[in-house]
Ligand binder design. Sequence first.
Ligand code: AMP
Length: 415
Amino acid sequence: MKVLVIGGGAREHALCRSLSQDPAVTELHCAPGNAGIAQVATVHPVDQLDGAEVTALARRLAADLVVIGPEAPLVAGVAEPLRAASIPVFGPSAEAARLEGSKAFAKDVMAGAGVPTARSYVCTTAEEAAEALDAFGAPYVVKDDGLAAGKGVVVTSDRAAALAHAASCGQVVIEEYLDGPEVSLFAITDGTTVLPLVPAQDFKRALDGDEGPNTGGMGAYSPLPWAPEGLVEEVLRTVLQPTVDELRHRGTPFSGLLYAGLALTSRGTRVIEFNARFGDPETQVVLARLQTPLAGVLLAAAQGALAELEPLRWDEGAAVTVVIASEGYPAAPRTGDPIEGLAEAEADGSVHVLHAGTRADEDGRVLSAGGRVLSVTATGRDLAEARTRAYQGVGRITLKGAHHRTDIALKAARQ
Ligand code: AMP
């Protein structure tokens, strides 16, 4: 099978790594990729938002499957010309990807499907926003309606800050505050059959103890020893399947990866958000535990054949990933610095370093090229072991000014 992956972050590196280990994959390509991906796939300098360019590349490579990683090309409709060219593609249409691209649309789908989520108002004026904030009270939750790379949500008890964020966004969704721990649950779907993966938890804030600004994600782990038994089945029944059914009934079937961000509140499980693609950095730990070869699963989803697939097999152990971010991330990341110690970090075979924002210079040196630079991932018999190994890996890498959280999976590993 010839596979082309679209994207160039740590999530795509994780996808490429798993695909490269699948014996069915004979050729692996990625566009645009990064310095780490280039070690397991042939990379192509293509504009990932340009559907015609991506389709031309897939045709030229005679790709049997195209996997679209990030949300931007999905929301931009890159899947459509590929499907029109009869190329199997893993990733939803632009219409179905609105589940992530518009928070207001997601709320509407959830209302139609009877999926439990926070009560909310869609607001476009300052007056509407003020009224909605006062209806719910503090802490206030204000979400930019459109895509904002994980940074469009403000949760604050400062009413003026909540209003200011609303004013800076245009259309916003203002909703009730959900208490309780968060879980990310991914499901692979072909538009009808839904196959949940194992749950993971990510860490959105920049600093230890969930302090500091929101980021794209600073680390993740799986499994969740504290999660209630039967959680996956419950979410499949009350969230994932009804959402997939609702979109199919609306004539916009969702095929690809449906990501449910959940809050386990005192009043039950609630959806915080949907994403239309693998989450980053949770993918790094979920795929580290997946034993079933990945390409066949993604192809089955692309071809509407998930119902015929054998149950997925999982490593019973644990995986932890720690993100190394560049100086100044998320506000103003500094780039262009050399990264040392990548091979040393992987000396222990249970550690692998996934590249996010990296590029190679003319001499083959790896340089930082983004806010989140690396995702150091380790497996172990349990979270404590995986965590120790991941941080040993982190300790071997040097990048000027870089920062990372030191408490990824810390609480869970103690349980
Ligand atoms: P989102 O981009 O919707 O995932 O939101 C980013 C983060 O904001 C989430 O991971 C939560 O930590 C927080 N958040 C979003 N919505 C709520 C809510 N209704 N109540 C509490 N926290 C929220």
